[in-house]
Ligand binder design. Structure first.
Ligand code: EPS
Length: 350
């Protein structure tokens, strides 16, 4: 059973996004400024759309924290959707407010629209878009920020960077690449790398398939909307065994690896080296120059629905990946070292 557990709720244009986190030890300092800064980082990046000009994501804590410290009880986080003001009637939960405003029935290729409409029997694809939207990653980043605060107490820190946008591998060319695509009404994906440092040896396990840390991380990153590839360490394709594996030596009485092709994981467990996770995000499927599709109502060929969208959100995606990796690492740390209070956790860790 997981120790760091949570559920999120909320639609893209609903009132707010909510998360309830269970399993945090008592006494953890909750730095709201840190959480808000992580939310800000997710909103940034060249190529973001109009929605990010409306939102100014900040967190409200409505349970589980008193005078800046966790109580050991469930922690509730809320991020309001500013845009809700414009969607109050459209997103109303009351049956008397039913409306066709903002309803649509043309499947957007690459989105959840088609499969989601069949699965949940929805003719208004708005009912699929609202929860499948990447908007929910805002509250996920808030949860990840809390996990990062826990990890920080043990000296574990994480960062990320974008290494490719479209075909550009040089950061100086990223904005130009995005501008060209914006001009064409098209979108771009890219590659990002997440790095976590100062991890202890032995998080994860080899004893069962679902306890391998590499597998857990792969699921956490792969399920971010639009992510299609996850790699841990160096992609091994084409390497010889003698080139790929990281030789072991002793330095100042400590075991070290000469290289880190394994990306910090051997046998599904951390090996004390830096954790390196790469993700590839596909180009955002909502496009100003729409793709051909079918209207679910008429079954006739037409063009995909478009309201507004980002041209590129790889930078945001890398911040989301950092957050999701933080959840998994926080869970592994709590599983291995336990403790009802942060002091107990630190004592066990040390
Ligand atoms: C997002 C909010 C959404 C989109 C984007 C991510 O806002 P809206 O739909 O109102 O423009 O900008 O969602 C997607 C690209 C997607 O595919 O779901 C956000 O807060 O990150």
């Amino acid at each position: 059973m997981n120790k760091f557990r949570f559920l999120t709720a909320g639609e893209s244009h609903g009132k707010c996004l909510t998360a309830i986190i269970e399993g945090l030890p008592a006494g953890l300092n909750i730095d709201i400024e840190f959480i808000n800064n992580e939310l800000k980082r997710r909103q940034q990046g060249y190529g973001r759309g109009e929605r990010m000009k409306i939102e100014n994501d900040t967190v409200e804590i409505t349970s589980g924290v008193r005078f800046g410290k966790t109580l050991g009880s469930p922690v509730t986080l809320v991020v309001k959707n500013r845009d809700f003001e414009a969607w109050k009637k459209i997103m109303s939960s009351a049956p008397e407010d039913v409306t066709n405003e903002k309803a649509f029935s043309t499947f957007r290729p690459g989105h959840a629209d088609y499969a989601g409409s069949i699965k949940y029997c929805q003719s208004d694809l708005r009912n699929v878009l609202e929860r499948s939207s990447a908007r929910k990653t805002a509250i996920e980043v808030a949860v990840g920020a809390v996990a990062k605060l826990l990890l920080k107490e043990l000296g574990i820190t994480g960062t990320s960077k974008v290494t490719q946008i479209g075909s550009a591998c040089c950061p100086a060319n990223f904005s130009e690449e995005v501008d060209i695509m914006r001009g064409k009404g098209d979108t771009l994906g890219g590659r990002f790398v997440v790095l976590y440092k100062h991890l202890p040896v032995g998080l994860g396990s080899y004893v069962h398939w679902d306890r391998g840390l590499d597998g857990r991380l792969a699921q956490a990153v792969m399920s971010i909307p639009a992510v299609k590839v996850v790699e841990i360490g160096t992609n091994p394709l084409g390497y010889k065994g003698s080139e790929y594996h990281d030789e072991i030596f002793v330095q100042d009485g400590e075991i070290k690896h000469k290289t880190n092709h394994a990306g910090g994981i051997e046998g599904g467990m951390t090996n004390g080296e830096d954790l390196v996770v790469t993700g590839v995000m596909k180009p955002i499927p909502t496009m100003k120059t729409p793709l051909k599709t079918v209207d679910a109502k008429t079954m006739e060929e037409t063009e995909a629905h478009f309201e507004r969208s980002d041209v590129c959100a790889v930078e945001a995606c890398s911040v989301v990946a950092e957050a999701r990796i933080a959840w998994i690492l926080a869970d592994e740390v709590l599983l291995k070292y336990g403790g009802d209070t942060i002091d107990e956790l630190k004592k066990n860790y040390n």
